[in-house]
Design a protein around this ligand. Sequence first.
Ligand code: VNL
Length: 391
Amino acid sequence: MQKRFFLRTLAAASVLAAAGTSAFAQQAPFKIGLILPMTGQQATTGRQIEAAAKLWMAQNGDTVAGRKVQLIVKDDTSLPDVTRRVAQELIVNDKVDVVAGFGITPSALAVAPIATQSKTPLVVMAAATSSITEASPYVVRTSFTLPQAAVAMGDWAPKNNIKTVVTLVTDYGPGIDAEKFFNDRFLFNGGKVLEKLRVPLRNPDFAPFLQKVRDLKPDALFVFVPSGAGAAVMKQFGERGMDKAGIRLIGTGDVTDDDQLNDMGDVALGVVTSHHYSTAHNSPANKKYVEAFMKANNKLRPNFMSVGGYDGMRVIYEALKKTGGKGGGDALLAAMKGQIFESPRGPVFIDAQTRDIVQNIYLRKVEKKDGQLWNVEFDVIKDVKDPGKTK
Ligand code: VNL
């Protein structure tokens, strides 16, 4: 009697244990490997995107279609060799379901072949060289492209008394895109580019370049520098008295980055840029976003990088939901394509064909309101597809 009871209990226990195992297997968390520059020259971008991803999860929970979501943040210090190693570890050891982040173009490009090989969706939340989406069929982008932003400025400038320009860009993918697409459009509209200057990505010294611009005396200086470098350009532009000498500053919105704008001082007043996001974007969705972001981050202003991170999380969550919590590289990718939603930046669309983001580009002017500087939007070009795509 005793023995039979014991055996029955044992059998029941092992059934329970087996059920426990399978329940555990079903509940394995869905892992997002978020690779960002948390230290080094691009650290502001990492800080913004991490904060936005965490805000998304705080607002939307950490369970999607019954599946627990786990965010694993890794610092790549913005060095592509480190990005590659970290991505490999995340995919092979941690078995992440998605890799995301990527502060600069070389980091995204370093991981593209690994994404293809392992069939892991790679969500680009920051990097903005046009060609990145063509480096792997597993890339989906929620940031923007430099051609998207630069073409709008090539149209605006010649209509606003800017006939001669010197371009100054950071010498790598996005800078070369910005230079080419601004130049081509500006030329097409009858403008003249007097000189094209390029500064190195690592430890740039803008002084000698700005001196050259002063000597050339164009109507305007067109600038692209990556997020985080704008304040240095603005400071030296002011110190050389270039604004007083009648040279205007224009560019894509990276140079009047909302993250730094308030510290740039009056030299930034009146600077016109073209971009996909401003903290001052006037919509209820953005007001809610800015308020929540600043509250959660000790009054830090969300910039365009943060919005790429926030929307990237939405795209991943929606895709996981569509697969009923199952995931799987190809199923997730298919579910990311074609998503349409309202971002804090305005309406956006993930083009199913290119896997790139289609969005409004705004013209903005730096203005002071209530003692603070803002990129105030005054015009919009709707639903802009990346003009840089070769197919
Ligand atoms: C890139 C493009 C990086 C635009 C940026 O900031 C930016 C890039 C870090 O593709 O590397 O503002």
